[in-house]
Design a protein around this ligand. Structure first.
Ligand code: MN
Length: 341
């Protein structure tokens, strides 16, 4: 029996409103839907008991996926995002010492997204935003990725507000997922989520966004969506070739990955993977998370509390990095010292 690390903070933890609930229905077999549904709609009851049982002091909550990102009509996307953010703010206010919030954003319209982010941060006390990959725009079959120029004013606002942006997965649209035809088992967490999100993150890094806005912080779940394992190869590509294809950014991709990204352990409870992530990005940039309710809190916490890493790293990843990143209240003088570094 290993001991539980108390005071953990988890930040890829989802809920749904009645309006977004059905977006999650396809991710489990039909006979599991009643269970997932009840997990998604609960915040103050079973979720809290699980947190108590497994040493999780705080969850930073976010809306399910793809939800707002799958609504091509920007006005409607904005309405649903605002209502979900208001619901979440009310829930967090019931237990502000146990819950915090990430904003859902109507990224279909960069102006509306900027306004909603500002509202959530300055008026509702949210800790950042969590966005579910590209947004569908226009006819619904067009994907807007956030390295595009129209998003740069939005990123300027994110940098000014000084809050992290969690880039959460979604599946590719059917017309752009032909490689998976006949292999629907590869959709979702198995493979397509990671592929989709890793490419989106690389687009951000290669666009030069972080040269213009060097203080941006992007969070990736699932131990970095495979990126730590591939980082060296991305920059090395055929080093003997004189003129390899270039991206627009000034530095190596790895430089942005190390300076502008944090990773979480959500849904990837494997020590070999964690150690690779530590070796690539460092224990100061990894954060514990579960991915409740799509994964089990006990699976995440039991694995993490016993994983073969140093106790110092366990404390950083389980708690201290989040205290620092989200400017949360430190629980001791030692923590205050570490958080101030
Ligand atoms: Mn998730």
């Amino acid at each position: 029996m290993t001991s539980i690390l108390p005071g953990k903070i988890a930040l890829e933890e989802h809920f749904a409103t009645e309006e977004t609930l059905m977006d999650s229905a396809g991710f489990v077999p039909e006979d599991h839907w009643p269970e997932l549904k009840s997990r998604l709609l609960d915040i103050q009851d079973r979720r809290l008991r699980l947190m108590d049982q497994h040493g999780i002091e705080r969850m930073i909550l976010s809306l399910n996926a793809p939800a707002v990102q799958a609504i091509p009509d920007a006005r409607r996307a904005n309405d649903i995002a605002r209502r979900a953010n208001d619901v979440l703010a009310a829930e967090v206010s019931k237990r502000p010492n146990r819950f915090s919030a990430f904003a859902a954003l109507p990224m279909q319209d960069p102006d509306l997204a900027t306004r909603e982010l500002e509202r959530c941060i300055t008026q509702l006390g949210f800790k950042g935003a969590l966005v579910n990959g590209f947004s569908q725009v226009g006819d619904g079959d067009t994907m807007a990725y956030y390295d595009l120029r129209q998003y740069w004013p939005f990123w300027q606002a994110v940098e000014r507000l000084d809050v992290p942006f969690y880039l959460h997965p979604r599946n590719p649209l059917p017309a752009h997922a032909r490689i998976y035809e006949g292999h629907s088992w590869l959709m979702g967490p198995t493979w397509a989520f990671g592929q989709e999100t890793a490419v989106h993150a690389l687009r951000l890094m290669g666009s030069g966004l972080f040269d213009t806005h060097p203080r941006l912080t992007i969070i990736l779940g699932h131990m970095g969506e495979g990126l730590p394992y591939s980082m060296w190869r991305i920059d090395n590509h055929n080093a003997w070739v004189k003129h390899p294809p270039r991206h627009k950014a000034k530095k190596r991709i790895a430089d942005y990955f190390h300076a502008n990204f944090f990773l979480t352990t959500s849904g990837n409870f494997h020590t070999q993977t964690l150690i690779d992530a530590i070796l690539e990005i460092g224990a100061d940039r990894i954060l514990f998370s579960t991915d409740w309710p799509f994964e089990n809190v006990d699976h995440a916490a039991d694995w993490f509390d016993a994983a073969s890493i140093s106790e110092n790293d366990r404390l950083k990843i389980g708690r201290l990095n989040a205290v620092r990143l989200f400017k949360l209240e430190a629980s001791s003088e030692t923590e205050r010292t570490i958080a101030a570094q």
